[in-house]
Design a binder for this molecule. Structure first.
Ligand code: NAI
Ligand code: 15L
Length: 270
């Protein structure tokens, strides 16, 4: 199965750049979008690609970006903890604009890059699943929680299907102890994306995005229908991680799933 045209937002970001060459097997044509300044630096379009500058906060521009696409991988937005006003524009208004455009243009499936920071205030000795109460660890996590609610609403009301992937940590290597639990390889992410895009009748499914790590905090029982079977493991990084100086035992990096995000802020002095 493949789509005729697939949209990737956040195409110039850390994950988007690595994903880009892998998308040729997902669709005949791939539309790559990011802020114009970021997209300019991302290199010229291949024959099967279109490159587009678009601010997610601009509703009209987002509508034009989505027109003609069958499916969307939505990675665009602020990806770390920031003051509320920044998160509001890129993530909260941005996700509304994406879903409204998806509805208007008959998009079949959205993959929403949610985050483990939707449940960042759980302790690292707790094991949770997609039905547990969300405990966002900042404005960033709150925006991803809102995005998941937006996805559920657009499915219930308009039938637009979504897989919300609560990504752990997609980086080339796990570089600290926390990431030994949260790490996800690009190969495993590609597999999860493929299953999320092509499994029929997903409704709105929430899945944690992690590799087959030896110690994890997340239980994907409610996403079993996706058939995601990760192949990589963070164990290959363990020796290097354990040779580093370790954080104090009461440091949030060592105690809470969201790590340092749980201790960011406050921002916005009046
Ligand atoms: P990134 O920050 O490298 O990429 C995000 C991209 O979104 C950037 O290229 C940025 O220019 C773009 N963007 C920001 N504001 C925008 C706006 N107003 N309009 C259009 N584009 C805008 O983040 P990364 O690491 O590539 O993550 C991709 C997605 O996955 C993000 O949504 C992030 O929240 C999510 N995620 C990533 C994780 C990871 O481990 N890398 C973990 C959990 C979630
Ligand atoms: C995220 O949601 C961020 O986008 C990413 O930069 C990492 O901080 C990741 O979570 C993580 O928790 O490691």
């Amino acid at each position: 199965a493949r789509f005729s045209r697939l949209l990737l937002t956040g195409a110039a970001g850390g994950v988007g750049k690595q994903l880009r060459p892998r998308l040729a097997s997902f669709a005949d044509s791939v539309r790559l979008a990011d802020l114009a300044s970021a997209m300019e630096a991302a290199g010229p379009a291949a024959p099967h690609e279109q490159v587009l500058g678009c601010d997610l906060a601009d509703r009209v521009a987002v509508d034009a970006m989505v027109a003609g696409c069958e499916a969307i991988i939505h990675l665009g937005g602020v990806s770390v903890e920031r003051p509320f006003e920044e998160i509001l524009e890129a993530n909260i208004k941005g996700v509304f604009h994406i879903y409204e455009a998806a509805r208007r243009h008959g998009v079949k499936r959205v993959i929403f890059a949610s985050s483990n920071h939707v449940t960042g205030f759980y302790r690292q000795d707790q094991r949770i699943n997609a039905h547990d109460l969300r405990r966002p660890d900042g404005y960033y996590g709150l925006s991803k929680s809102y995005g998941e609610d937006m996805a559920q609403f657009y499915f219930d009301r308009y039938g637009v299907e979504t897989v919300s992937i609560r990504i752990g940590s997609i980086f080339p290597e796990a570089t600290n102890r926390r990431m030994l639990a949260s790490w996800m390889s690009m190969d495993d992410f590609e597999q999860l994306l493929r299953r999320s895009l092509f499994t029929p009748d997903v409704g709105h499914t929430v899945v944690y995005g992690m590799s087959a790590n030896a110690h994890t905090w997340w239980d994907n029982r409610y996403a079993a229908h996706l058939g995601y079977a990760p192949k990589d493991s963070s164990e290959i990084f363990r020796a290097k991680v354990e040779a580093q100086p370790q954080p104090a035992p009461d440091d949030p990096v060592a105690t809470l799933q969201g790590g340092a995000f749980t201790a960011a802020g406050p921002f916005d002095p009046l």
